[in-house]
Structure formats: structure tokens, C-alpha cells
Design a protein around this ligand. Structure first.
Ligand code: PAF
Length: 283
């Protein structure tokens, strides 16, 4: 696996793969990789012939009070994990390579609708940062497909809409969330948790599963369900950011007749913000 840091080297390596007739997949990441990322890379290897991963801790998607500075940079360990998962090329640019005119001077992509509310509500500007960097990465690599984890459910919806609205010629795949044995969704941010917090964290997933069971059982009093869910999560010692039931494709608040739903949660455990979701299809 080769690691390149400039767009020029990236394009040269992609051109070689293209000239060999290879189908190209992109897995964008911010590094500090875990088994969820490895699963994305492995899946990309099944779907395409040449797998490109990117590692870029994107300052544009962090708010002023967020964890940009303490976000772990673990390039050597990440390279080893990518190699093992079957990655062929790693693009690991610096901030100047991605934003040569600075972040204020950068043209931005803003996706209306799906990027509002939920994480977009609590992290103003976050999704503009995500859509801008993903748009740039898609233009740099020009892959046949790009793969993202379903754990960031709203992010995936934002990227799908951006690709549709801007006619970017790429196929987007959302891959199932990878979880620890106790149900906690794998996330780079789990590393911030103390042992005690780590033991509490699976309450989010447990609560989402219970809500899903009640929805499957016919319950449609969304407000009451969500209030009970919030109490359970807060009772375990977390501070709720949001707990919502939405229509899974548009992310608008769920209506009683909707069949394809997603329950989404974000909560703080100490200073660490955890998110999770559970999509469900009702008959
Ligand atoms: O999900 C992430 O790690 C990031 O938001 C992404 C998609 C790599 C964009 O920086």
C-alpha cells in the first residue's frame, strides 16, 4: 500500500489504476481507525478492484469548542490496519493541501433539509464541513463508488443528497454499523471514555432496541416512547442531546403511517458526545 500526501501524486496513482481497467472505491476517514473502518475497507475490496482510503482530520467540520486539537492522529497504526484490510492506496493530505486558500477562502457545499436538525442542530456548520470535504475528495479521486458507515446516519443522508443534487458520478454505499459485543457502536470517540463510562455507554443502543421493539409491536405514540427513552438514557447518567424518530430517507419527523423509520440518538457521557441510530422497516 502506497501513502501519498498530495493531490498530484494521488491523481497519478489513480490514473495508473484506471489504465489497468480497475474499478475504484473510496473510503474517506479521519483516521484513528477501528474495526468499523476496517470493515468498510474490506467491503470496498469486495465491491471494487482498487481501494483508496483517505485520512484527513477535517478542521472545517469541527466547531470552535469541539475536539479538533485532541482528535487522535495515529498514522502509523492506521497504515498497518489499512494494509491488513486490503487497502491499495492511502491519501493523507495536510490542511494546506486540502485548503490552500485557508478555510475562509474555501468554496463551501451546503446541503439543505437533511443537514438541518439532529447533529446539524447541535453542531452548526458541521455538515457544511463534511459535504465540502467529501465533495473535494470525490473530485480528487473520482471513484466509481464511495463507502460510509451507517453509524453516521445523517451524514450518509447528507452525502447522498449532495451527490444527487450535484450530479456527482459516484455510487454511494452505506454499510452497517460495527458494534462491540455489548452493543456499543464503534467510534473513534469511544477512546475518550473512562472504564466506568464505557460500561454505561451501551444504554444508548439498548434503549434504541427497546424503542424499535415497541414500534414493531404497533406502538405509535412517538412522544411517549421518546420520553421514556430519554428518561432511561439520562437515568444511566448521560446528558441527552437528542432522541428522535424520523422517516429514514428524508429524515423528516416520522408520521404514524411511515413504514421506513430510523431512531436516532446523541448523548454526552462526561464531555464525550456519542451518537447511534437504529433503522427499521415496519410491515
Ligand atoms: O465520518 C467521517 O469520518 C468524516 O465525517 C468524513 C466522512 C471522513 C469527512 O471528513
Amino acid at each position: 500500500m502506497n501513502t501519498v500526501k498530495t493531490v498530484r501524486e494521488l491523481r497519478a496513482a489513480i490514473a495508473r489504476a484506471r489504465s489497468e481497467g480497475k474499478r475504484i472505491a473510496l473510503v474517506p476517514t479521519m483516521g484513528n481507525l477501528h474495526a468499523g473502518h476496517a470493515a468498510l475497507v474490506a467491503k470496498a475490496g469486495q465491491r471494487a478492484d482498487f481501494v483508496v482510503a483517505s485520512i484527513f482530520v477535517n478542521p472545517l467540520q469541527f466547531g470552535p469548542t469541539e475536539d479538533l486539537d485532541k482528535y487522535p492522529r495515529t498514522l502509523a497504526a492506521d497504515q498497518a490496519k489499512l494494509l491488513e484490510a486490503g487497502c491499495h492506496l492511502l491519501f493523507a493530505p495536510g490542511v494546506e493541501e486540502m485548503y490552500p486558500d485557508g478555510m475562509d477562502g474555501q468554496t463551501k457545499v451546503s446541503v439543505p433539509g437533511v443537514s438541518e436538525g439532529l447533529c446539524g442542530g447541535s453542531r452548526p456548520g458541521h455538515f457544511d464541513g463534511v459535504s465540502t470535504v467529501v465533495c473535494k475528495l470525490l473530485n480528487m479521486v473520482q471513484p466509481d463508488m464511495a463507502l460510509f458507515g451507517e453509524k453516521d446516519f445523517q451524514q450518509l443522508a447528507v452525502i447522498r443528497k449532495m451527490v444527487r443534487d450535484l450530479n456527482i458520478p459516484v455510487q454511494i454505499f452505506g454499510e452497517p454499523t460495527v458494534r462491540a459485543e455489548d452493543g456499543l457502536a464503534l467510534s473513534s470517540r469511544n477512546g475518550y471514555l473512562s472504564a466506568e463510562q464505557r460500561a454505561i455507554a451501551p444504554v444508548i443502543q439498548r434503549t434504541l432496541k427497546q424503542l424499535a421493539e415497541q414500534l414493531r409491536g404497533g406502538s405509535r405514540d412517538f412522544a411517549a416512547l421518546l420520553e421514556a427513552g430519554r428518561q432511561q438514557i439520562e437515568g444511566a447518567g448521560l446528558r441527552m442531546d437528542y432522541l428522535e424518530i424520523r422517516e429514514a430517507l428524508s429524515l423528516r419527523p416520522a408520521a404514524v403511517e411511515d413504514k421506513h423509520l430510523v431512531i436516532l440518538a446523541a448523548a454526552f457521557l462526561g464531555t464525550t458526545r456519542l451518537i447511534d441510530n437504529l433503522p427499521l422497516q415496519l410491515d
